[in-house]
Design a protein around this ligand. Structure first.
Ligand SMILES: [Zn+2]
Length: 119
């Protein structure tokens, strides 16, 4: 007769949050806590993390957009003014790039996140 485990519990403690040992990070733009650091961008002042949405709002404020122009995030810390080629908004043309983070700049807080996520 094989011995079956009766309780079915592995006894592993479940972590309440994977970022439990991280100090709370607050966005300098809206002063609210940033829970999703992985999607945060480095802020203009000293590279502290800011909400992606806050960065996007600041970019949109500083740009004078034509009726058919939109702000889109194109990766690598850059936004762009784009125009969509059709109504599905899947294809767009980049009219001008708006660099947000300094290209190639590394931030300590992001490295910590990336190490945590195993990137
Ligand atoms: Zn914010």
């Amino acid at each position: 007769m094989p011995q079956a485990s009766a309780d079915g519990q592995d006894g592993q403690p479940r972590a309440a949050s994977p970022a439990i040992d991280q100090p709370a990070v607050f966005c300098p733009i809206c002063q609210k806590q940033i829970f999703d650091l992985a999607s945060a961008l480095a802020g203009k002042n000293g590279g502290q993390p800011v909400h992606f949405d806050c960065a996007l709002a600041q970019v949109a404020e500083s740009e004078r957009l034509e009726a058919d122009e939109h702000i889109a995030y194109i990766g690598h810390g850059s936004f762009a003014v784009v125009t969509y080629r059709d109504k599905s908004m899947t294809a767009f043309s980049i009219k001008r790039r708006i660099p947000w983070e300094k290209e190639g700049e590394k931030f300590e807080w992001r490295r910590t996140i990336q190490q945590r996520m195993g990137i």
